[in-house]
Structures are given as C-alpha cells and as structure tokens.
Design a protein around this ligand. Structure first.
Ligand SMILES: CC(C)=CCC/C(C)=C/CC/C(C)=C/COP(=O)(O)OP(=O)(O)O
Length: 557
C-alpha cells in the first residue's frame, strides 16, 4: 500500500515547477545506421560443414599428441586462435592429465626450458590448477636475483612475463619476474625489429590475461600463420570460425539496432547516449559463442536500459522525479506507470517489458528465480543511483568508504554479471544468483576495477558537469593528495584486484569454473575501454579499428 510519505504522490506538483536540468551533449553515434541491415552469407551451409570436418581433425590432434610440451603448445594455439570453446572437454582432460603427472611443479622441470615451464604454469593456472610458482626460483641466483641466462632467453622471458600475470597475493617470485621481464623486454624493443619484437610490444601493452578472446584471435591468426610449425587444419578452422561468428554477430547487432530504433531513443530521450555498437562490443567481450546468442540479446537490451537509467539519474532527472522513479522500480508494477513524469514512462515500460519477456521464456523451464534475483539487483541499483543523486543535490562529497559502498553497486557490474546467467543454459542454479548478489571477492574485485579505471578515465569530463564526485575526487579530498598520486595508487590497486580474481579462479571455485568467465571477461573489457581514456563514450582510433575488424571487415589472408 502507498504510504503517505511516498514520493509517488508528489509527481503532480513537479509538473508545474520550472525544472532546471543538466545538459550533456554526448556526440551522436559515429556508426550511423550501418548495422541496421543484415544479409545472410550465401556460403554459410557448406562453410559450417567444412568447419565441422576441421573440428574433428583438431580434436584428433588433441587426443593423439602425447608429448607434453607439444601438447601444451597445441592447446595454447587452440586457445589463442579463439576456437577452444569447441574442445573444452578435451582440453580439460589433457590439462588434468598433465597436472596429475607433474603435481604442483617439481616434477615438471627437467632442463632450463624457461619458455616451456612458463607455458606449463600459465596454462594450468588458467585452467584453475593451483601449480606452485616456486618453480621459478630455479631461475634465480643465491642472492635472489634472476640469472643472467634468463635475460638472453627472449622467448623464455616473454613466456614468463605472460605467466606472471596469473599471480596471486604473496607470490613475490612472480612480482619480481614481472618487473624483471618487463624491464628487459622493454630494453630489447629499443634494439631490434622482428616478429618477436611485435609480440613483445603487444605483450607489454596488454598481457594475455587481460586481452579479450575475440581480439586475441584476430591478433594471433597472422602470427600463427607465420610460424613454420603451424598446423594447416587448425589455422583454417580458426579463420572459418571467425568468419562464421562475425556473420552471426552482425545478425544480432542488426536485431538489436532495430529494437533501439523502434524505441526512438534519440527523439524520446535525447539526453541518452547512443552507443549501441560500442555496447555490443562490450557484450561480445563477455560471450561470443553461438550458444549464448539469447544471452547476448537479453544483455544488450538490459544493459542499454542500464545506460538509459544511468543518464537519467546522472544527468537529466530532477531529484524529485528520480525519487518517484526509484519508488516505482521498487514496486515493479505497470500500475505505477501513471505516476511517472511523461518521459520516464517509456523507460519504465521498456524495463518491465524486457524482464517480462525474459520471465515468459524462463517460466517454461521452471527458472523464473533467475529474473527474481536479477530484478532485486536492478532495484538495489536504482536505490544507490538515488543516493548519488542526493549527494549531487546536496553538493556533498562523500568519504572514500561511503563512496565505494554506493558506487560499487552503481558501477552495475554485479547486476550485469547476474544478467549474464539469466539465459545461460548450462551450470547455472539458484546458488549462482545467491553467490553474485552477495558481492563475493571475485565480483567485488571486478566492480572495483571498473569503478577505479572508469573514474580515472572519465572524472575530469564528469566534473565539468554537475556529476557526483568520483572516487578520484573523494580520495584526493580525504587524503589531501594530488591527482597524479591518486591515479598511481588506483593503478596499483587495479593490479591487486587482478590478484584477487586470479586467486578466486583457482580450484575449488565458489561456482563452476565456466561461470567465472563472464566476470573475468567483463574485467578485461575495462582494460580495453578505459586504459587509454574513455573508449565507450568517445571511441578512439584503436577502438574503432577493433569494432571494424570484429564486425565489418572480412578477415584478411
Ligand atoms: C550493452 C552495454 C550498454 C553495455 C555497457 C555495460 C554497462 C551498462 C556498464 C555499466 C557501467 C557504466 C554505466 C559505464 C559507462 O558509463 P559512465 O562512465 O557514465 O558510468 P558512471 O556513471 O557509473 O561513472
């Protein structure tokens, strides 16, 4: 029942007030309508048939390769080329066999093969096996420094550099290995020009641990092709699979562009950012596989509604209007529609419709609990956005602790992680939703990384308008430190949070390991979007190239 103090009863009086709103001029979409239309590939059927034949060849290779060093190289190539999702069972069996054969590490090391040892360590850690980093002490002198011979082994250093990014808190040997290899690899860069130099350059820009699987496939296909020992069937499969996926992704983007156009956001809600294509890049980073197509479509709708809500709370809505919207979202009922200001009706109706559509699908499978938990997180999100609006309204700068308790929710990642599981068919149970909604360490680390990287990248622009103080401003004010110092501290904290993610990815995990990939991939997106600035709102040259190569240009070669 409506309480007397409910903000819903105040909506009528608001209409008569002169309303002063923030104005933010987000530039229009740089992509125009180019993704609206989609034409199916003519050759799709026979290409799928060929891909199936190639898959069987690669599967056989995974089964018959018995030499462990060679098997690791094959698995690494399969993973980097972006086709590992076809062979999850085989890869798990192979790596489990290798883990059982060598235990935590001592049995693996036979010679001074730093490259092989690092590869062994990285692949097993990536698969969740807690192998010991102590193995790398064998490459150190008695005084604790790395041996001179390590410096001369460029491939070994590159492999160790990538492996060290699997570090967890307290692994000093990996911290040191990272500093050592980063320093010496950077020195090499100044002296040579070759394929290995290109690889070093890319590794130093972004380690494999933080790269998005689709972009890594694009990057690695030409490198693998140049390797004398490459396998022709695997290379062909990687190229064909990329093309088939690109076709499916274009189809989905066309579908979602039509949905957005039908909402007519640019006319009905002109203050909202139009970033459908950049948003699809974000979602594609979470899931790219064909079996997650329904999940992607739902995520696109639900996440673009998050953007609409974010812009409404951050920029356009008055505090009184936002109170009403928040209350209506808590009640989640079409009966609240009439109480809302006109422009908010479209937002509210679409929000309820998108979840109703999901619920109808889930009902048939007895999985409506998935919508229940996710809706509760949307309600929590709205309540916390309202707290931010209150701070802005009262010109209040919160303490860092207050700020984080609210903005870890409004960064939206925990809610988006829950959304990733709504239409996922395998492994998800009610426990999965209970897990994510309590902000366990991995989810919290992912939220923190987004919050810190987003704020470092966007706080200057946000402060030019009447935006809530970012974590950067709060920290500077509370501790009386400079912006530069704050950026440095936050960058260090991001690395520490990655250690938490690595630790939480080791077996036994809280939820089945494949369910950790959406939060891990969401964390990786931060490194792509916010490392150089704000590539979501203002896609730079590199981001535009990423989108074009994933969604527009045919794969070359
Ligand atoms: C499909 C799609 C749209 C995906 C986006 C994923 C998503 C909703 C991320 C939530 C965080 C967010 C709103 C970031 C950008 O806005 P901001 O920098 O204004 O965020 P802030 O207001 O929290 O600082």
């Amino acid at each position: 029942m409506t309480s007397f103090a409910s903000p819903l009863v105040r909506s009528a009086s608001i209409k008569q007030d002169v309303v002063i709103r923030n104005t933010v001029n987000f530039h229009r979409s740089i992509w125009g309508d180019q993704f609206l239309m989609y034409e199916e590939r003519k050759d799709r059927e026979w290409e799928e048939q060929l891909a199936n034949e190639l898959k069987e060849e690669v599967r056989k290779m995974l089964i018959i390769t018995t030499q462990h060093r060679k098997l690791l190289e094959l698995i690494d190539a399969v993973q980097r080329l972006g086709v590992a999702y076809h062979f999850e069972k085989e890869i798990e069996e192979c790596l489990n066999h290798i883990y059982v054969s060598y235990g935590h590490g001592d049995l693996w090391i036979k010679d001074n093969d730093l490259q092989g040892t690092s590869l062994w360590f990285r692949l097993l850690r990536q698969q969740g096996f807690n192998v010991s980093s102590g193995i790398f002490n064998k490459y150190k002198n008695n005084d604790g420094s790395f041996m001179e011979s390590v410096k001369d082994d460029v491939q070994g250093m590159l492999s160790l550099n990538e492996a060290a990014y699997m570090r967890v808190e307290g692994e000093q040997v990996l911290d040191e290995a990272l500093a050592f290899t980063t320093y010496h690899l950077a020195n090499i860069l100044e002296n040579h020009t070759s394929l290995i130099e290109a690889q070093i350059h890319q590794a130093l820009q972004q380690p494999l641990r933080k790269r998005l699987p689709r972009l890594e496939a694009l990057r690695y296909i030409p490198i693998y092709q140049q390797e004398a020992s490459h396998n022709e069937a695997l290379l062909k499969l990687a190229k064909l699979d990329f093309t088939l996926l690109q076709d499916l992704h274009r189809k989905e983007l066309s579908q979602i562009s039509k949905w957005w156009k039908d909402l007519d956001v640019s006319r009905n809600l002109p203050y909202v950012r139009d970033r459908i294509v950049e948003g699809y890049f974000w979602i594609l980073a979470v899931y790219f596989e064909p079996q997650h197509s329904d999940a992607r479509i739902f995520l696109m709708k639900a996440c673009n509604l998050v953007i609409i809500l974010d812009d409404t709370y951050d920029n356009y809505g008055t505090y009184e209007e936002l109170e009403i919207l928040t209350e209506a979202i808590q009640r989640w009922s079409m009966s609240c529609l009439d109480m809302l200001p006109e422009y908010m009706k479209l937002i509210y109706k679409e929000l309820l419709d998108v979840y109703k559509e999901a619920e109808d699908l889930l009902e048939k499978k007895g999985q409506t609990y998935r919508c229940y938990y996710t809706k509760e997180m949307v309600k929590e999100y709205a309540r916390n956005l309202l707290i931010e609006a209150k701070w802005v309204n009262e010109r209040y700068t919160p303490t860092v602790e207050e700020h984080m308790s609210v903005t870890l929710v409004t960064c939206a990642y925990a809610m988006i992680i829950a959304k990733c599981y709504v239409h996922r068919d395998d492994l998800v149970t009610e426990e999965t939703f209970k897990w994510v909604s309590t902000y366990p360490p991995l989810v919290k680390a992912s939220c923190l990384i987004l919050r810190l990287m987003d704020d470092v990248a966007t706080h200057k622009e946000e402060q030019e308008r009447n935006h809530v103080a970012s974590s950067v401003e709060c920290y500077m004010k509370q501790y009386g430190v400079t912006e530069e110092h704050t950026h440095e501290l936050f960058t260090k904290q991001v690395e520490d949070e990655w250690k938490v993610i690595n630790k939480e990815s080791l077996r036994p995990t809280d939820v089945p390991r494949p369910l950790l990939m959406p939060p891990i991939n969401l964390t990786r997106v931060c490194d792509v979007l916010y490392r150089r600035g704000d590539d979501y709102n203002h896609a730079g040259k590199e981001m535009i190239n990423h989108i074009k190569s994933l969604l527009v240009n045919p794969l070359s070669g």
